[in-house]
Design a protein around this ligand. Structure first.
Ligand SMILES: [Zn+2]
Ligand SMILES: [Zn+2]
Ligand SMILES: [Zn+2]
Length: 275
């Protein structure tokens, strides 16, 4: 399994467009991994997670396309994770090589409603909207991958996702967006078994918070430790923190230092993780 994290910022990106705080100015000065676009990822070449406002530019930057995508799953309905109009580019008017099979699209009730509203007046022939995901109910995609949506501590209806790929049996936990995981989510993850890659929401970075809605460094470490104790995360699991905000203050280099003792990698835009 190859996970490419295309974007690693919270909703307003970092540096944020209307902001000259120290963290935004420092990101502009240092550049490199400190320049973060809105969160989203692609698994191998055929499984897209979220489609935020920076997706098209991320693909251009990475030299990638979505030609082979068979599955698109949304974590939740916030505007940094879904922009319904952007899915129009899958339609025949906008591609000379449309998908050979329609792309199966999954999301919670709010996501599916947004998509149905958008495509009530646009052609959606290359998109195959699936019934809304329900917490704790795994779905099997046409490519035999398994998506297990679990409740997140975030906007009502938001999910963290456990994805198992049919092609190699590898499993990914994609934890955007969420504060500390509800007990039932931890139990379901424990029951589902070990993970090859785990991605955590670290919106608050170096700022100490109560870890509700999103997490800071301590929250991520706490969740990673809990999953280690439960055997879900093993020494072979790649643990990655992502979805950072300028309000977290710590720059990429400092985040790397803070997470080093906890064996957690800090994501940057375009990072590729192979498991
Ligand atoms: Zn977000
Ligand atoms: Zn700022
Ligand atoms: Zn969100």
């Amino acid at each position: 399994m190859e996970l490419t994290i295309l974007g690693t910022a919270a909703a307003e990106a970092w540096p944020a467009p209307f902001c000259r705080c120290d963290a935004c100015q420092e990101a502009r000065r240092r550049g490199g991994p400190n320049l973060r676009s809105r969160s989203g990822a692609i698994l191998d070449n055929d499984f897209k997670i979220d489609f935020g406002p920076d997706t098209v530019m991320q693909l251009i930057r990475q030299g990638r396309d979505l030609q082979e995508v068979r599955t698109l799953v949304f974590t939740h309905h916030h505007c940094d994770h879904i922009v319904p109009t952007e899915l129009e580019w899958a339609n025949a008017n906008f591609t000379n090589t449309p998908p050979t099979t329609p792309i199966a699209v999954y999301g919670n009730e709010a996501v599916m409603q947004m998509l149905h509203n958008e495509f009530s007046h646009h052609n959606a022939s290359n998109l195959d909207f699936q019934p809304a995901l329900q917490a704790f109910h795994p779905v099997t995609t046409a490519t035999r991958d398994i998506i297990l949506p679990l409740p997140a501590d975030h906007a009502p209806g938001s999910f963290v996702l456990r994805i198992t790929r049919a092609k190699d049996g590898k499993s990914l936990f994609y934890g955007h967006d969420s504060g500390l995981y509800p007990a039932e989510t931890l139990d379901a993850l424990t029951k589902a078994g070990t993970l090859d890659i785990a991605v955590f929401d670290c919106t608050f970075g170096g700022k100490k918070t109560a870890n509700r809605g999103h997490m800071d460094i301590d929250g991520v470490v706490q969740m990673a430790e809990t999953l280690r104790e439960r055997g879900v995360i093993t020494p072979q699991t790649h643990c990655i923190a992502s979805h950072f905000s300028h309000n977290g203050n710590l720059m990429h280099e400092e985040l790397v230092q803070a997470f080093l003792p906890h064996r957690i990698q800090v994501a940057f835009d375009g990072i590729v993780v192979r498991a």
